[in-house]
Design a protein around this ligand. Structure first.
Ligand code: ATP
Ligand code: MG
Length: 407
């Protein structure tokens, strides 16, 4: 019977003196994910580059979905633990391989002897175990290079862990280990992917969405909340800042030249997002920009938009192919929601001929007709904050800043 899941982490093993903090965070995140998903507080231990989740009588499969949503895991294996007695190791290894096989197959044995007091060397142990398998199981062939199963034995101080199957994790860095950022979350395909990629690099993400209700529908807002909820599967919860953008859109449409609307809109979005980011202790703004995809995403546009920012604007999807972004969106389960047809604030006010090469001076000239400081301050003040959860918990709409928390 399986009694543990052995969890491996790759990248964080490289991080020198921060390593301990990163591992603690990874363990914390695994516990949180399992607690949220299954309402179980799991017993987890760490030892020598591995994390051991105790199953305490439960089936390992119960935990797979949770582990598949935690950043920082490179792979994991359901494992059987036994003693350091040779006969018991042989019997448990046999049980493991017999359980994994269905029909004739090739195998090999790999032994890692972390416990140097164990009297048999790794190569000898490999021989002994392989011979025992071949003697007791029919349809087996040993093959060091072309094998269906790698029967792994880790010999440690407290016992021997035995496993054959290994599942890939999400990799990346534990969420929270790289600080905090906001993602500009539209209803499109790219920005949820950008937010997810930021999360994958350890950034705790809050979402900022600009809506132009009643030009855009209530469903458009719901769609964004649904996207945030799907992202929250990987982080337990996401705080969404819903910024009313209607008045700003109307003023831009009224006072600014038609073909300059988009860069001006984006420049105002950035100013507002920065203000929210500062309030929330975030150090960067992530967007779903993708070079050359539309008029607002040329080098010239990106340059003009960046001029109003004092914070880094990071664009994880910038060089990706659209197919690559779509594939990721499907993998993280945001694609189906993103392609729902509701209007975005940018599509409502879209100009007939947007400038693909807006100039900074041009933007500044147009913006001089608006009271940007006031518009930004009003939008920030009227922003609605909603917390969505990855698990089936009702969302919470908040009035007071102090109610949110910054975990
Ligand atoms: P997406 O698929 O993410 O909507 P897109 O290819 O449609 O991106 P644009 O509409 O030009 O591109 O938007 C570029 C980026 O600007 C988006 O990825 C997003 O980060 C941000 N953005 C655009 N519209 C909004 C909005 N209404 N609210 C928040 N952010 C937005
Ligand atoms: Mg869009």
């Amino acid at each position: 019977m399986y009694d543990h899941i052995v969890i491996r982490y790759a990248e964080i093993a490289l991080k020198g003196k921060n390593q301990k903090e990163f591992i603690n965070r990874l363990i914390h995140n695994i516990k949180e994910q399992i607690k949220t998903d299954l309402d179980i507080t799991p017993l987890i231990e760490r030892e020598m580059g591995r994390i051991y989740l105790h199953l305490e009588g439960r089936a390992p499969e119960l935990f797979y979905d949770s582990l598949n949503h935690v950043f920082g895991i490179s792979s994991y294996s359901p494992a059987r633990k036994t003693t350091l007695e040779l006969e018991e190791i042989k019997a448990t290894a046999l049980e493991e391989l017999r359980g994994a096989m269905d029909g004739p197959c090739k195998f090999r044995v790999s032994v890692k002897r972390a416990n140097k007091k164990f009297p048999i060397t790794s190569p000898e142990m490999q021989q002994i175990i392989a011979a025992h398998m071949l003697k007791n199981l029919s349809g087996l062939k040993a093959d060091l290079h072309h094998y269906d199963f790698d029967l792994l034995l880790e010999i440690r101080d407290d016992g021997t862990y035995i496993y054959t199957r290994s599942f890939p994790g999400l990799r990346g860095l534990p969420l929270g280990s790289s600080g905090r950022g906001v993602v500009l979350l539209s209803g499109g395909i790219d920005s949820p992917v950008a937010g997810w990629l930021a999360m994958k690099r350890g950034v705790t993400i809050e979402a900022v969405h600009f809506h132009s209700y009643p030009y855009t529908s209530e469903q458009a807002k719901e769609k964004v909340l649904e996207l945030a909820k799907r992202m929250a599967k990987y982080s337990n919860r996401v705080v969404v800042h819903m910024v009313p953008f209607t008045k700003i859109q109307e003023e831009i449409a009224h006072y600014c030249h038609d073909n300059m609307r988009i860069p001006i809109m984006r420049r105002i979005m950035v100013r507002i997002a920065e203000e929210i980011a500062r309030q929330r202790d975030c150090l960067a703004i992530f967007t779903g920009d993708n070079l050359g995809q539309v008029a607002s995403q040329t080098m010239e546009s990106i340059y003009a938009i960046n001029q109003v920012a004092t914070m880094p604007i990071l664009r994880p999807c910038i060089t990706m192919e659209k197919e690559e972004i779509i594939r990721l969106a499907q993998q993280i389960d945001t694609y189906e929601t993103s392609i729902l047809p509701y209007e975005d604030c940018c599509t409502v006010f879209v100009p007939k001929e947007p400038k693909t090469k807006p100039k900074v001076e041009g933007c500044e000239k147009e913006e001089a007709r608006l009271d940007i400081t006031q518009l930004v301050a009003d939008a920030v003040a009227q922003t609605e904050r909603i917390i969505v959860y990855g698990k089936d918990k009702p969302e919470r709409r908040l009035r007071r800043e102090a109610d949110i928390g910054k975990e």
